[in-house]
Ligand binder design. Structure first.
Ligand code: COA
Length: 413
């Protein structure tokens, strides 16, 4: 069968940090994804104890191209994070799998000896998705339609299969016989776990506070973060809230008769996450233990109309490549794009819910597309350490019909 997978022998996730994830049109709505990425990148370097001048390569992820200088995002994230001017930067995209793709490409670069230390940054402003027109450069003809569309709404649609992302979850609900009650029950659990992880400080351990800040770069224009006056300092994810299933049950479905609502689908949020990935030589020279070893990666395609099942074949391919079985995996972090989608993956693979998204998922925390895979992998690595477990898998479904998965190892377990 066709397939795509990789094994890594001596690649290490040193450490990482992320910004809070903030509700669509909230305190981060005016921030450029570049500035959120610079902030996360700087904080990840600080947390990893790696000097920016030792970075060999910068890999960024961003889907929405949500600023006029978006072409420069990878370069500017690198430069304003402090990496030397001669260090190259690239932007990659695998939609909701982008964060994993950053880490995989860092793994490739390190394994092949292109680089020893790589800065990976995924950043997304869902709020600043443009209202776009593609065909008006030559002007407007009398009587011809003038077409501006909401890029965000259009981006959550797959014209090949004529389905929105929510409809792909409805398709899975029908195939797997998943009821609205089951989806709300899952979502209530995601909120409850995230509330607990916020209250016990676990989520706070990966979050940097964001406030007004200027990013200086000698010889070049300063840039930075300016929050709305009332926002003050943003220190925590703000979509997380107590959401019992009785309250979720009262929400209107997005499509009449469907199971998905605003309460049991991934929340639209803005934010960035970053990590430093390094070779074994760098990891061993550095003081302190790395978060995890990056062991393997896999991606797989599925029919676009059921894109949400993507993690299942990606995880199977990953396990086959690594010579492991599901029973070897202590924890899973699989993106909750939609409630019915994650339940379908859970059922397809026969996963135990006690090992899945134990600190809540995107239904509660939110899903800023290119940052999500980074958050999932960081959270997973930290939780593996906390529990003393060895292997973990992070994964997500990908619009258009794909899944991507990473295997990480806590080598101290
Ligand atoms: C589902 C979706 C369309 C909802 O968008 P929206 O209508 O803008 O959602 P809102 O945040 O305005 O919430 C709608 C209502 O539900 C309520 N609500 C949302 N979450 C809630 C919760 N946890 N508890 C109680 N009420 C909640 C809101 O308060 C709001 O109420 P109001 O209408 O009285 O103000 C959107 O979030 C979405 O598309 N999510 C999925 C994105 C996705 O698929 N990404 C993956 C790509 S593969």
């Amino acid at each position: 069968m066709n397939g795509f997978s990789a094994l890594f022998s001596d690649v290490w996730l040193l450490d990482g940090m992320r910004t809070p994830f903030v509700d669509y049109m909230g305190a981060f709505a005016a921030l450029s994804p570049t500035d959120m990425g610079i902030k996360a990148g700087r904080e990840a370097l600080r947390r990893a104890g790696i000097e920016a001048r030792t970075i060999d390569s910068v890999i960024t992820g961003n889907m929405a191209q949500a600023s006029f200088d978006a072409y420069m995002l990878p370069r500017h994230v690198g430069l304003y994070a402090g990496v030397p001017i001669e260090v190259p930067a690239i932007n990659v995209q695998r939609i909701c799998g982008t964060g994993f793709e950053l880490l995989r490409q860092a793994g490739d670069q390190i394994e092949r000896g292109y680089a020893s230390t790589v800065l990976c940054v995924g950043s997304e402003s869902m709020s600043r998705n443009p209202i776009a027109a593609y065909t008006h450069r030559t002007g407007f003809k009398l009587g011809a339609p003038v077409e501006f569309k909401d890029f965000l709404w259009e981006a959550l649609d797959d014209p090949a299969a004529k389905v929105s992302m929510i409809q792909t979850a409805e398709n899975l609900a029908k195939r797997f016989g998943i009821t609205r009650e089951a989806v709300d029950e899952y979502a209530a659990g995601s909120f409850a776990r995230a509330v607990a992880a916020q209250q016990d400080g676990f989520l706070g351990g990966e979050i940097c506070a964001v406030t007004d800040e200027v990013f200086e770069l000698a010889g070049y224009e300063p840039r930075g973060i300016t929050l709305p006056r009332k926002a003050g300092e943003v220190t925590a994810d703000n979509h997380i809230r107590p959401s019992p299933k009785e309250a979720l049950a009262r929400l209107r479905p997005v499509y009449a008769g469907g199971v998905q609502t605003a309460g049991n689908s991934s929340a639209l949020v803005d934010g960035a996450a970053a990590a430093v990935v390094a070779s074994g030589d760098v990891a061993r020279r550095r003081e302190g233990k790395p978060l995890a070893r990056l062991a393997a990666a896999a991606a797989a395609g599925v029919p676009p109309e059921i894109m949400g099942i993507g993690p299942a074949p990606a995880i199977r391919a990953l396990l086959q490549r690594a010579g492991l079985s599901l029973a070897d995996i202590g924890l899973f972090e699989i993106n909750e794009a939609q409630g019915a989608q994650i339940i379908a993956v859970e059922r397809e693979l026969g996963l135990a819910r006690e090992r899945l998204n134990v600190n809540g998922g995107a239904i509660a925390i939110g899903h800023p597309l290119a940052a999500t895979g980074m958050r999932l992998t960081l959270t997973l690595a930290r939780e593996l350490k906390r529990r003393g477990l060895r292997y973990g898998i992070s994964s997500a479904c990908v619009g258009g019909g794909q899944g991507m998965a990473l295997l990480i190892e806590n080598t101290e377990a």
